[in-house]
Structure formats: structure tokens, C-alpha cells
Design a binder for this molecule. Structure first.
Ligand SMILES: [Zn+2]
Length: 310
């Protein structure tokens, strides 16, 4: 483990290159800001200025992260964060809070970044999976917490154990948090278009019902920054999508996968008022998030959810 001193040093030594503001950034100054200034600006006020977004930025520490307001209202029992690409140790093109092991980035940088995230949340354990765009689900039970070296294939994690942070890595795919405030169970899901096709959201909610007695009407969900309808172009959609996805087509070859996920959640019995969508497109905002489609070789940002001890 690395001590506080090393963390501080690492963070201080992280280069702060000038970064261009994301497209659509609603900042009147319109100038380039340094990394540090960017982070401070990101934290000014209670909402960011990203258009159409529904997340609240939180100020008091690095690295910066966003929260879903309705999930954040349960702060006494749930901690969650959508981290950005800022506040980590990786260098270009993975700068800087990269959590993806398969991106070509140095393993030690990823380990430092995961340590920063774990420390930020105060988590006892950080659990992630080798994401494969399938529908395998890992249920983390008391007494069988997977170690970082025993990482398994899968795209969703569910737990009722406090202080276990479930981490999803993404760069265009959706990171989705589902919280049951009645049974005190949380799920964190990686859902790209393949996840929508195999309806991993339905599988997760069925599992929450069977293993923990969750009722879909009680559940809250947050759908994070990911490829928006502006950029979700699928030239081969007739081969890869079922015909019923046609109703999510917004323009020629473009699909609204946010609404696809919302529809899949509603079908399980969830209430529309309990579903929050960040409405931030990663490809349009590569200054804040990673985008595989927008950048090619790049990192993976983290969506994390953790139950808190009463
Ligand atoms: Zn876009």
C-alpha cells in the first residue's frame, strides 16, 4: 500500500498540461485553462455548465467526480461517483485517471489511479471485472470478497455488503448504478450496445429480485456519461440490433442508447421518476471523459458505487 505522502507527491507531480475545453462548454471566457484551473472551474457552483446534464459536481477533494442527485440524496447509505479523466497519474494518451488494464497504459499508473479512487471513497475493497460485453453478473457476498488478482469476466456486480466499492470502467459504454434503498443493495453495470442487445439490465434486476428480494418499483438508477444519440452511429445496425430497436433510431444510422436503457429499465417495473440520465456524450466531451470512438487509443474512466455502514 502507498502512504499518504506518496499519494500527495504523485498528485502534485502529475503534469497539468493545457487542455482544451470540451465542445459545448458554456464558459463565457472561452479560454484554455490549465488542468488545475479546469478542476477548480469544474467545481464552481453546485452544477457544472455541461449542457443538458443532470449530475452535480462535488468540490472538496481531488479527483473530481460527478454524482446523480437522486442517488446522492441517499448519501447516508450510498456513496457513488462518476469520475472524469482528471486527477490521476497516467500520461498521454491515457491522461490521467485511467482505470483500464487493456488500454496499453502502464500497470503501475493504473494501480496508482485505482488507489486514488479507493482512497477517495474510503472503500475497504475495490471490486471490478474483466468486462467482456456479456451478461455475466458477480454477486459479492460477505465473506467472499474477490481479490484484485482474481478478477473474473463479467459486466455487472451486485452487493449488499458495505464498504465494497464496485467499479465499472468505460469510454463510451454506459456505466449504470442501480440502488435499492429498501433492501440496501447496489449494482454497478457496464452496458454498451451489446449490453443493450442482451438486455443485461433485465438480468441484473432479476438477480436483485431473486437474491435480495428487491422490488423494481423501489429501485433508483443512474445512467452515466456515454455515447449520445449525436454520436451513436451504427452502420451495421440491421445486422447487430433486433428490429424492435428501430424505435430508438433518432436519425439515419443513429440510435439513442440512453433511451434504450431507460425503456429496458421501465420494462422491469422501474418507475420513470427513479431513472436519472446524465445526458452527457463522451465523444462530444473528450476534455472531461474518455471516448474510444472519439480518440481511439485512450483510457477508461470509472463509475463507482458503494454501500455505507450504518
Ligand atoms: Zn456526441
Amino acid at each position: 500500500m502507498h502512504g499518504q505522502g506518496l499519494f500527495q507527491a504523485l498528485i502534485r507531480n502529475t503534469p497539468s498540461p493545457f487542455i482544451s475545453l470540451p465542445r459545448n462548454w458554456n464558459d463565457k471566457s472561452g479560454i484554455l485553462l490549465s488542468g488545475d484551473m479546469f478542476i477548480r472551474r469544474l467545481f464552481t457552483g453546485t452544477r457544472t455548465t455541461l449542457p443538458g446534464q443532470t449530475l452535480n459536481p462535488r468540490q472538496w477533494d481531488r479527483p473530481p467526480y460527478f454524482q446523480f442527485p437522486k442517488l446522492a440524496a441517499h448519501y447516508d447509505r450510498l456513496d457513488h461517483a462518476v469520475f472524469t479523466r482528471h486527477g490521476g497519474t497516467s500520461t498521454q494518451p491515457w491522461d490521467s485517471l485511467n482505470t483500464g488494464h487493456t488500454t496499453g497504459d502502464q500497470a503501475r499508473h493504473i494501480k496508482y489511479n485505482l488507489d486514488i479512487i479507493q482512497k477517495r471513497l474510503g472503500a475497504k475493497h475495490l471490486v471490478s471485472m474483466n468486462q467482456v460485453h456479456g451478461q455475466d453478473i458477480l454477486v459479492v457476498r460477505r465473506g467472499c470478497i474477490p481479490l484484485p488478482e482474481s478478477i473474473v469476466d463479467g459486466d455487472a456486480m451486485i452487493t449488499d455488503v458495505p464498504d465494497i466499492a464496485l467499479l465499472i470502467k468505460q469510454a463510451d459504454c454506459q456505466g449504470i448504478i442501480i440502488f435499492d434503498p429498501i433492501k440496501e443493495v447496489v449494482a454497478c453495470i457496464h452496458c454498451g450496445w451489446r449490453g443493450n442487445v442482451c438486455n443485461i439490465l433485465d438480468s441484473v434486476i432479476k438477480r436483485m429480485k431473486s437474491e435480495f428480494g428487491s422490488s423494481p418499483g423501489d429501485l433508483l438508477a443512474g445512467i452515466g456519461p456515454s455515447l449520445g444519440p449525436c454520436c451513436a452511429e451504427f452502420v451495421t445496425h440491421e445486422e447487430i440490433f433486433p428490429a424492435k430497436f428501430k424505435r430508438f433510431m433518432t436519425q439515419k444510422l443513429h440510435f439513442d442508447l440512453w433511451e434504450t436503457s431507460r425503456a429496458q429499465l421501465l420494462k422491469t417495473g422501474m418507475k420513470n421518476k427513479n431513472i436519472e440520465i446524465a445526458s452527457i456524450c463522451t465523444k462530444c466531451n473528450t476534455g472531461v471523459f474518455y471516448s474510444y470512438r472519439g480518440e481511439g487509443e485512450t483510457g477508461r474512466f470509472a463509475t463507482v458505487a458503494m454501500l455505507k455502514k450504518r
